[in-house]
Ligand binder design. Structure first.
Ligand SMILES: O=P(O)(O)OC[C@H]1O[C@H](OP(=O)(O)OP(=O)(O)O)[C@H](O)[C@@H]1O
Ligand code: HPA
Ligand SMILES: [Mg+2]
Length: 179
């Protein structure tokens, strides 16, 4: 049943699943014979990361990083902070950063800078969604699932005020919910 706050479903559970399987197959090839450290950016990427890693048929390790630039609202503050760091040393490792969405690009550019400084061997980025229209930092993911329009989307990990992360689909909120 559709959540009453959702105006429109952009991507159904089935559509997301097909996109994730396709990305998993591409990444299986990318990391054949390697042991990448797959880094999920909390909390939005959690659903995508758990499904994507199961679609990757290669050896890998999982870790998480929590950074914040948004606070509670819909606008990025531009000031990125580390809330939880990795448990793993990245020196000499092949890193795959997993994002649910790239918007301004600030979160990712910050993470990439940190991992370069920490001497990662390689850094690739996979994002389920890319909202290119909103970019303020010049940055392109290596693997993109879906190009999304400039709308605030929720579900499958993405929130508004911490709500809607558990919706199995990706949808657009009704304007009266946030106005
Ligand atoms: O490209 P940007 O403008 O930096 O935006 C993208 C980031 O913002 C969201 O996370 P948020 O900081 O809201 O935390 P959350 O994942 O816990 O919701 C999203 O999950 C990305 O990580
Ligand atoms: O469209 C979005 N929805 C939820 N969180 C987000 N963080 C950046 N863009 C979005
Ligand atoms: Mg968020």
């Amino acid at each position: 049943m559709l959540h009453p706050d959702i105006k429109e479903v952009l991507y159904s559970e089935e559509e997301i699943s097909a996109v994730v399987k396709d990305l998993g197959a591409q990444l299986t090839k990318e990391y054949e014979g390697k042991n990448p450290l797959v880094i999920g950016v909390l909390k939005g990427a959690v659903m995508f990361m758990t499904d994507l890693s199961r679609a990757m048929n290669c050896d890998l390790e999982l870790d998480f990083m929590d950074v914040s630039s948004y606070g509670a609202g819909m606008e990025s503050s531009g000031d990125v902070k580390i809330l939880k760091d990795l448990d793993t040393t990245v020196d000499g490792r092949d890193l795959l950063i997993v994002e649910d969405i790239i918007d301004t690009g600030r979160t990712l550019s910050y993470l990439i800078e940190i991992f370069k400084y920490r001497k990662a061997k390689s850094i690739k980025v996979v994002t389920l969604m890319d909202k290119k229209e909103r970019r303020v930092v010049d940055l392109e993911a290596d693997y993109i699932g879906i190009n999304v329009p400039n709308e605030f989307v929720v579900g499958y990990g993405l929130d508004f005020n911490e709500k809607y992360r558990n919706l199995p689909y990706i949808g657009i909120l009704k304007t009266e919910v946030y106005e």
